[in-house]
Design a protein around this ligand. Structure first.
Ligand code: FJE
Ligand code: FE
Length: 296
């Protein structure tokens, strides 16, 4: 057992650490990929986590999605989104777009300012929701509930923390929390027992994020830590003497279904992927507008 925090919670411990390496994606954009195929089994229902940093004219021009949700959380600058159903909008620092691609979306995601940074998380949908109508939930920074306790600030993007709850509807049950810990602060977050959980460190202070037990080795920025199973949740310490620690804690209920991914299409079987490629090519079953639409 891991050592417990002062409140007698038993924390899950870190079972895997992944440094999010830089790679090229989209058109001239650079992302740090924290979660990719190799983590999908451990982290069901999560498919991908990218920390992006993009400057015009680079971006993510017209591309499709089917079978999952994308969550875009802007940390700096802004991202403008346009899709083939006429939906258009810009989200800025602190805002979230929770997009259910469902049976099909074609969209562009392009930067607004000089420097545009954020996170994009892909959450799988269960087999009976993969072909639902696409949907958007957009939250401006002011719609995201915030709380503070003993030097720990949280923004509740999905799920619940410190007794406050996000208005986001999660089809695949998900917790998405943005934590900032003052120097010396410590916190324990409950996570439902059967859920998979990970953290991604955004700012590590001068001594790194300590997860699981107070003597665990510190984790620096741009690392994903995957937590093992456990009842009580996750404990974290900021042992820095002068700098804040910032990380996101993300957890979700595993779907336990087969995952077959072909780029931006995620289904349960190869036959469904073949059908999706055909639907996209011929503009069928949700991709009707594919033949006519181009972003401006
Ligand atoms: C994608 C090409 C892409 N990570 N992070 C192929 F461009 C993309 C894609 C993104 C993306 C977009 C934003 Cl705003 C942030 C991202 C990849 O759009 F998903 C595939 N498969
Ligand atoms: Fe996209």
């Amino acid at each position: 057992m891991s050592s417990s925090s002062s409140q007698n919670f038993v924390s899950r411990s870190v079972i895997k650490k992944v440094f999010a390496k830089l790679q090229k994606e989209g058109d001239g954009a650079v992302v740090r990929r924290g979660i990719s195929r190799s983590e999908q089994k451990l982290l069901d229902p999560f498919l991908m986590l990218d920390e992006f940093s993009v400057s015009p004219p680079a971006g993510f021009p017209d591309h499709p999605h089917r079978g999952f949700e994308t969550v875009t959380y802007v940390l700096e600058g802004g991202i403008t989104h346009q899709d083939f159903k006429g939906h258009k909008g810009t989200i800025y620092a602190g805002d979230v777009q929770w997009m259910t691609a469902g049976r099909g979306i074609i969209h562009s995601e392009m930067p607004e300012e000089e420097i545009n940074k954020g996170l994009q998380l892909w959450i799988n949908l269960s087999s009976n929701e993969k072909m639902i109508e696409p949907n958007y939930q957009e939250l401006s920074s002011s719609d995201i509930p915030k709380a503070e306790q003993n030097g720990v600030q949280v923004k509740v993007i999905a799920g619940e923390s410190m007794g406050i709850q996000s208005p986001v509807y999660t089809r695949t049950s998900t917790m998405f929390l943005d934590f900032t810990l003052d120097p010396g602060a410590q916190f324990h977050q409950n996570v439902p027992e059967s859920w998979n959980a990970f953290a991604y460190v955004l700012e590590s202070g001068e001594s790194g994020a300590v997860f699981g037990s107070s003597n665990a080795s510190p984790v620096s920025a741009h690392n994903v830590v995957v937590f093992g199973q456990g009842n009580d949740g996750v404990s974290v310490w900021n042992k820095s003497s002068s700098k804040k620690l910032r990380f996101v804690l993300i957890a979700g209920e595993p779907l336990g279904e087969p995952v077959v991914q072909y780029g931006p299409f995620v289904m349960n079987t190869q036959a469904e992927i073949d059908m999706t490629i055909e639907d996209y090519h011929y503009g069928k079953n949700g991709f009707e507008m594919a033949k006519y639409w181009r972003s401006q």
